[in-house]
Write a protein that binds this ligand. Structure first.
Ligand SMILES: [Cu+2]
Length: 187
């Protein structure tokens, strides 16, 4: 073999390897797009439709997230709105009470740094960003208790920051909340 044929053979091998890598990259991109589409459709994960803001400096003084307004509230249409705050290093309330078979809207924000809002055993997983309201609509079919750990590192007390979501029977929830403006597990 002359060095010239060696050279063209080397080029052919290099071109083949290049094509294989190119095909592999396209396959990887395709798999990732497929995974994102599957999770989006199958788990109904979708971004919030619109941006809502809340001033983190005055959360505790006035507006929707003052302490007396936190917890679960029954709306006129029978749905339940649950308001909560994630702060260094706790959630308020530390146990959210919700009924089964009812449209639930979680509304939460943070007065300090970014925290996570994750309810184990559900598809709920979002961030609480200071200045913005996270709004999540859901529904629970079975009674039970879910752990709700902060899943965004938020400082030295991060690992101790968690709450619970207690799902109770709808009739029991209606009984507990009778005559009250807001309820949580403590009621
Ligand atoms: Cu946190």
């Amino acid at each position: 073999m002359t060095s010239e044929t060696d050279h063209s053979l080397g080029e052919a091998v290099a071109a083949r390897i290049d094509r294989r890598w190119a095909s592999l990259s396209i396959v990887i991109v395709g798999v990732l797009v497929g995974m994102a589409a599957f999770i989006g459709i199958h788990q109904a994960t979708m971004p919030q439709g619109h941006v809502e803001t809340a001033d983190p400096k005055t959360l505790h003084l006035s507006g929707e997230f003052i302490e007396s307004n936190l917890g679960s509230a029954i709306e006129a249409d029978g749905s339940v709105t649950v308001r909560a705050i994630g702060q260094q290093y706790s959630f308020v309330p530390d146990c959210l009470l919700v009924p089964t078979d009812t449209p639930i809207t979680f509304r939460a924000t943070s007065p300090d740094v970014v925290h996570g809002f994750l309810i184990i055993g559900t598809n709920i997983n979002t961030m609480l960003v200071p200045g913005y309201v996270s709004n999540i609509a859901t529904r629970f079919s079975k009674p039970g208790e879910h752990l709700m750990p902060c899943q965004e590192f938020c400082g030295v007390g991060h690992e101790g920051m968690w709450a619970r979501v207690k799902v109770i029977d709808k009739a029991e929830f209606t009984r507990l909340s009778a005559g009250k403006r807001r309820v949580s597990c403590a009621d």
